[in-house]
Structures are given as C-alpha cells and as structure tokens.
Design a protein around this ligand. Structure first.
Ligand code: SAH
Length: 224
C-alpha cells in the first residue's frame, strides 16, 4: 500500500502519529489556531523531507539541516506563515513561494490554495524537492530553479507571496507582482534582527503588519 497514511509515510516510533500529535499540541499552545494548517502539519510526512539519519527528529519543532548550508523550516514558522497567508474566508488563488528548500513548506501549503509557484536558487535542492513532491503526489505546484529577487513575472499577479529566506529589504519585483488584496509574508532584516512582516496591497497603497521576530537564512542573489 502507499499513500500518506500507509507504510513509510505513516511513520513508526519517533515518526509515528503519537509523536506528530505532540507537535500539533505544542503548535496550538504557541497560538496556531487554523485547523486546516494544523491538519496539514499533522499529515505531511516531514521525515520524508530530511536525511534518514535525522528522521527521528523530524517532528521536533526545530529547523534541521538539508545540505548546502540550508535548513528545513521549523514547523511553528511554517504554520505561522501559512496561517498569516490564508487567514480569512477568501480562498487564495496563486501563491509565489521564494525558497523551496526541500519542499516541506510547499507541501503544507499546496492543498490550501489553488496553485503554488515555488522558486529555489540552489539547483540540487530544487531537483530533490521536485522528486519528493512528486513522490508525495502534490500536484498543484510548479517549481523553478531561479532567483527569487526577480519573482516569477510570467505568472503574476499573485494573491499571496511567501518568502522563506530573509532579504535586507523587500525586493521591488515582489511588490510589483502582488495582486490587489494580495498578501506578502516575508522575514526582513540582517541575521539576528529579522522581523516577519505581512504586507497587504490595498489598491494604491500597501499595509504593513509586524508579526514578530524570526531567524531565517539570508536571501541571496544569483543561481548555484
Ligand atoms: N521552506 C523551506 C526551507 C527554506 S530555507 C523548507 O521547508 O525546506 C530557505 C531557502 O531559500 C534555501 O533553500 C535557499 O537556498 C533559498 N533561497 C535563498 N535566497 C533565494 C533566492 N534569491 N531565490 C530563491 N531561493 C532562495
């Protein structure tokens, strides 16, 4: 049998349902309320996205290494960003994600929106994410090996933009590709002093809300 509730995806021991339930409880205690988001965190097999040697730690609420000096995002942060993006009654259409990494955030987000367009600048991570998301049967995503500073012009405008690496200031291209009423969730600032910000476009002006301090890898230009 295959599928998210069977075999390798279901998990055993430190990757079992009981371990995952403890993570969900912890996220609720920290203020995550959106049930659809909590359900995704419970059901996406995070242990499939990390090296086998780290599988036993996959349901701890921490970032873990995925190679190339990058990390899989902390579950709390993935939940917080996803919640901030989809909040409200309106079903979100197209979402641009900058920083695919291993594809974990992409997998959590995909069924909650119409389509995810995700960009990663590191070639091998892009390739691996593509294979993992295919294996998990996540269909409404398009992945690109590219530079997120440029956004994804041919697919604009986006109802949501979610950035998983921290720029020093928000790239103009991202504001330019945000639809009216669209939301941009982005960590901004230098290492040690980043804030997670939610920008919302309202006709000709952009609202800015500070969601709190965070620690992301820096957003870097160019491809590798
Ligand atoms: N959310 C991801 C992890 C993100 S780590 C996950 O769950 O796995 C941040 C990622 O952003 C890294 O993979 C890094 O290579 C990528 N990144 C940094 N700058 C970028 C840029 N300009 N364009 C695209 N990706 C970028």
């Amino acid at each position: 049998m295959s599928g998210p509730t069977h075999g390798r995806y279901a998990g055993i021991g430190m990757t079992s349902a009981r371990t995952r339930d403890r993570l969900i409880q912890r996220l609720q205690e920290q203020g995550i309320r959106n049930l659809a988001v909590l359900d995704r965190i419970r059901n996406v097999p995070r242990h499939i996205f990390v090296d086998e040697a780290l599988a036993s730690r996959a349901y701890e609420d921490t970032a873990l290494p995925i190679g190339h000096s990058q990390t899989i995002s902390q579950p709390y942060i993935v939940a917080r960003m996803t919640e901030a993006l989809i909040e409200g009654d309106r079903k979100i259409g197209k979402v641009l994600e900058v920083g695919t990494g291993c594809g974990y955030q992409t997998a959590v987000l995909a069924p909650l929106v119409k389509k995810v367009y995700s960009i990663e600048r590191i070639g091998p991570l892009h390739k691996r994410a593509k294979a993992t998301l295919k294996e998990l049967g996540v269909k409404n995503v398009m992945l690109k090996h590219g530079d997120g500073f440029e956004g994804w012009k041919s697919q604009k405008p986006f109802d949501g933009i979610l950035v998983a690496a921290a720029p020093l200031s928000v790239p103009d291209a991202l504001f330019a590709q945000l639809a009216n009423k669209g939301r941009l969730i982005v960590p901004v600032g230098p290492e040690g002093a980043q804030q997670l910000i939610r920008f919302t476009r309202r006709d000709d002006h952009i609202d800015r809300e500070v969601l709190g301090p965070v620690a992301f890898v820096p957003m870097l230009g160019g491809l590798t």
